[in-house]
Ligand binder design. Sequence first.
Ligand SMILES: [Zn+2]
Length: 224
Amino acid sequence: MTETEQKAQLVRCIKMLERSGIMDYNGHASVRLGQDRMLINIGSCQRSALTVDDICTIDFDGKVLAGAGKPPLEFHLHAGLYKRRADVHAIIHAHPKWSTILTTAGVPYLPVYAQGSLLYPMPVVDSPNSINNPTMSKLLADTLGDRPAALMKAHGAVTVGKSLIDAFTLMTYLEDNAERQYMAAQIGQPYRFTEDEMAACREKLWNDGLFRRTWDHFSAKLDG
Ligand SMILES: [Zn+2]
């Protein structure tokens, strides 16, 4: 993909997250450019009406290299994870309601449906503070380890991937699982997938074709 195409895909990703209720007036997503730069939405942009003019290029110190406007204060979240994880090429951070309610209430994320089980076990950052400095960024990177997603206590969620499609798809799975878990807990004991069932889900569901189909599902709704 060219940088122009990557920028357009990033805009589309953030708008899809906003339309599906996962991202609100805050939140940010980024795509790695080479070893030491990234594309990211500017902090002050309107997520519901995003355009390519709302995307800037920054280095890992937050210095703006291209574009108008400043990166979000939480750019440290992205910089820290790109530095730590060579396999990560895209990152999404949002404050999705259902996922965040779990950590607000101190309830562990459980694998309660097939796609959601891909994200289990789910690490939790034991602080509600913004990831707006190197210390918090290190705490997040240490907590995430080699996992694809983490929750931040009473704050939000982060997903990472080798592509923006992966990070997006995982964010939708995470939030969908959290909502189902919450709802099930209102009327009974949520069913928790066994290790064997989760292994079967990983085998069957963790593939580029299905992740692409999830992306396309939301992408088509954006144009509808
Ligand atoms: Zn945040």
